[in-house]
Structures are given as C-alpha cells and as structure tokens.
Design a protein around this ligand. Structure first.
Ligand SMILES: [Zn+2]
Length: 311
C-alpha cells in the first residue's frame, strides 16, 4: 500500500486530475486507530436523477442512499464481484429504496416511487428536504453483503430516524460493532438538477484516548453538511484533512465513483426462462416480451423463438 502524506502538492495533483470527477478518499491519522472516508458523488446522483426522472425529494432520498451504499462498500474488497446492497423499507411516500455498490466504486439504485411529492421542513430558518418523512420513520434498513463466494450475508436493523445517515451509523454500531459517524447529503438546484452530493464516514478501529475521541466527536458534530462543503469548492481530501487536522493525516486509498449498471441480455433473459411455456406464449402474443432493468431503464426484448431456445 502506498501511503502519501496529504501535503499541499499531493492535494494539488488530485485536484487537477479529479476536477469534475466523482471519487472517494480514505485517510487515516498517523497514530490513532481511526479511519475517515469522504465521498463526492455529484455526477453519480445526477445520472440517477436523469435515468429515473426523480422528483427533487426523491433525488435527495436516492442520492443519500447511493452515497450510503458507497460508504457501506468500505466493508468489502476492491473487486467487482464484492458488493453491498442497501435496502430501506420505510412507510413514507418514496416507498422502497434500493442502492447497490461494488468494491470498485460502481453504484446503481432505484426507488419505488420516483415522483414522490417533495416534502420540505424548516430547521433554523433554513428550508430542507424532509428526507425522514419521505422515507418514513417506521421500517427497516437491510444490508446484503456479497463477498464473491457462497451465501450473501444479510443483516437488518430498524430505522431509527429515516434520515439515512443516522440509520447507517446505527447499522455500523449494531451489526458491524464499529463505532461510526456517518453524514450523507444532496444539494438540489432550483431546476431540480443535482448541485452536489457526498458524504463521510468516521470510524474508530480500536481503543483511543478519551480526549481524542471527544475531540473527534466535536469536530464531526460541528462539521457543515458535506454537500455544502463541496459547494464551497472543498474536495474530499480537504474534508478528510479537516476532520483529521493536527493528526498527520495520510491518504491510504482513493477510488473513482460512477453510476454503472452491469445488467445484460443474459441476465434479463434468465429472468424470463423461469416462466412456463404458457406464460411465454401469453407474454409474446402481441410481439416480443420486454424486460426493463429497474436500475438503469434499459429495455431488453425477446421473441418467442429466442425464449424457447435453450429451454
Ligand atoms: Zn441495468
């Protein structure tokens, strides 16, 4: 593993290369057993908004979930066959929320009601999307980890806030036994497009001095929303340095993030091959049968003859 000091030069290099790209950085302090993960996913969430024609409220919800899935992918190895699926089933108008990320930073997702009405709440005189009401405060958060071999590992926790960030922090503590702080956020422009989207994860991986724990907790609590910091022109590495200031922050990992759906004709066809002969007859009586991918909207068409091959 190449360790790089987060010097001004390193940060300038990253800045030029990653100007308009989405990426995540992992940084650690020199001594303390802490890990900080900061994500910028603006283009990724905008792609999701366009694919699903999301309302501003649904953009905020799915955007947070997509960033959340990327945060959860810190639990798997850097490989495409290692995946984490985040599923939120709340009683709010947006319905089921699904987001999946692989170890290489490829993410995709959908919500069952992309046109959910946008609910607004006012906090400290500022108008914000009411994500908790859109998701619903009662329900479950499910995480399915696929480690590329054998049965996937599933765990479920109740929703504690519906804001997604706090729910993920609760998941990390309950199911992974890792004390964590999580922030996820999406800024939506007046025209409904995504201005900024991102998030952070701060985890303690061992025993630390109480004073340092307190200091980190204070910093995280006072941290402005990541989407606002990105809007001010800060980059993920700058935000990581801010969280770990005076602790010799080192960059230990960086990965590009993109909205990517690995669906294929084979997978789409396989979903139809489970049908009986009569069901295939029925589906194809007015032309080819259609399978629409829920994650990317791609349409696959199969004629009766194609479906009867290899049966
Ligand atoms: Zn797809």
């Amino acid at each position: 593993m190449i360790k790089k000091e987060l010097s001004k030069e390193t940060r300038d290099d990253l800045k030029n290369y990653f100007e308009d790209r989405d990426y995540a950085v992992i940084a650690v302090p020199k001594r303390e057993p802490l890990r900080v993960y900061v994500i910028k996913a603006t283009n990724t969430v905008e792609t999701a908004r366009r694919i699903h024609n999301l309302s501003p409220g649904a953009t905020a919800v799915l955007g947070r979930a997509l960033v959340g899935a990327i945060i959860l992918s810190s639990l798997v190895k850097h490989a495409t066959d290692q995946k984490v699926l985040l599923q939120i089933e709340g009683d709010g108008p947006v319905g089921t929320v699904v987001a999946e990320a692989d170890g290489k930073g490829r993410v995709r997702g959908f919500v069952s009601n992309p046109q959910a009405e946008t609910l607004i709440k006012e906090t400290d005189g500022r108008k914000k999307f009411d994500v908790a009401s859109l998701v619903g405060k009662n329900g479950i958060l499910k995480v399915i980890k696929e480690l590329g071999m054998g049965t996937p590992y599933t765990s479920v926790v109740p929703l504690i806030s519906g804001e997604i960030g706090q729910d993920l922090a609760y998941y990390f503590v309950q199911s992974e036994q890792i004390p964590s702080a999580v922030g996820v956020g999406v800024l939506v422009d007046k025209d409904g497009t995504v201005k900024q989207a991102g998030g952070f994860l701060v985890q303690t991986l061992g025993r630390m001095d109480d004073k340092i724990v307190e200091e980190i907790e204070k910093r995280v609590k006072n941290l402005p929303p990541v989407s606002s910091m990105l809007e001010e022109g800060k980059r993920p590495e700058d935000i990581a340095v801010e969280i770990l200031k005076d602790m010799d922050p080192q960059l230990i990992g960086l990965k590009e993030i993109e909205y990517y759906c690995p669906c294929s004709e084979e997978v789409a066809k396989a979903s139809l091959l489970l049908l009986s002969e009569e069901e295939i007859e029925d589906l194809t009586k007015d032309g080819p049968a259609e399978v629409v991918c829920r994650f990317c909207g791609r349409v696959y068409r199969f004629s009766k003859e194609q479906l009867k091959e290899k049966k």
